[in-house]
Ligand binder design. Structure first.
Ligand code: DX5
Ligand code: ZN
Length: 220
């Protein structure tokens, strides 16, 4: 199993964002996780396509755009143009989930669906085969630095089963409260891609933290 680590720039120093992206790239990250919040779908406000476009040339890493905005469709082409590789959205934020998935793909990006801690796995019933990524939230979306909700572990296992049954290369990403001491639990449950904001950007040595995470993953 290939494991991927996606530092969330939500916990980076926003006065030095370009430098922070270069730093996590040099530290061995696989993706840059880009949290977009609108003070509407979630009670916080972050960054949009302009900042995404500005960060794109800062590293070769794919930009993993996590949209916490409602509505979603209008802004998708803008993020595609801004260099997003993956665009994920919450089904509650889209009037027509199937249409939004198609729109992301038409714009040349990989499509991800995000399930909140209380959102049922049944949202994958007619969508999974069209997705490139399922993102399971292990906190309620809106803020970095929250506590990992452990009840997501059986949910990860359930989604892992569905993906394996389908036999498609769909990434299973987990987002929220991931640290060096619980990343292996999420991996054991079946996740292969790990968002970590405060754990990486809140540490002194990004490379050492990512290395520790990989060490924990290597014994799963
Ligand atoms: C929360 C965001 C997360 C957040 C994770 O709504 O989607 O990506 O940045 O931060 P940590 O790793 O600190 O929980
Ligand atoms: Zn996120």
């Amino acid at each position: 199993m290939a494991f991927r680590i996606a530092p969330s720039i939500l916990s980076a120093d926003f006065a030095r964002l370009g430098e922070e992206v270069r730093a996590v790239a040099a530290a061995g990250a696989d993706l840059v996780h880009f949290d977009v919040m609108d003070n509407h779908y979630v009670p916080n406000l972050t960054v949009g396509p302009l900042v995404c476009a500005a960060l794109k040339p800062q590293s070769k890493l794919p930009l993993d755009v996590h949209l916490m905005v409602r509505p979603v469709d209008r802004i998708i082409p803008d993020f595609a143009k801004a260099g997003a590789s993956i665009i994920s959205f919450h089904p509650e934020a889209s009037e027509h989930v199937d249409r939004t998935i198609a729109l992301i793909k038409e714009n040349g990006c990989k499509a991800g669906l995000v399930l909140n801690p209380a959102t049922p796995v049944s949202f994958l019933d007619y969508t999974l085969e069209k997705l490139d990524l399922v993102l399971l939230m292990s906190v309620n979306p809106g803020f970095g630095g929250q506590q990992f909700i452990r009840s997501v572990l059986p949910k990860i296992a359930e989604v892992r089963k569905r993906i394996d049954k389908l036999g498609k290369d769909i990434w299973l990403e987990v987002d929220g409260g991931i640290k060096t001491d619980n990343i292996a639990d999420a991996a054991k449950a079946g996740a292969d891609t790990f968002v970590a904001g405060s754990a990486i950007f809140g540490s002194k040595d990004y490379a050492a933290t990512i290395r520790q995470m990989r060490e924990k993953l290597s014994v799963v």
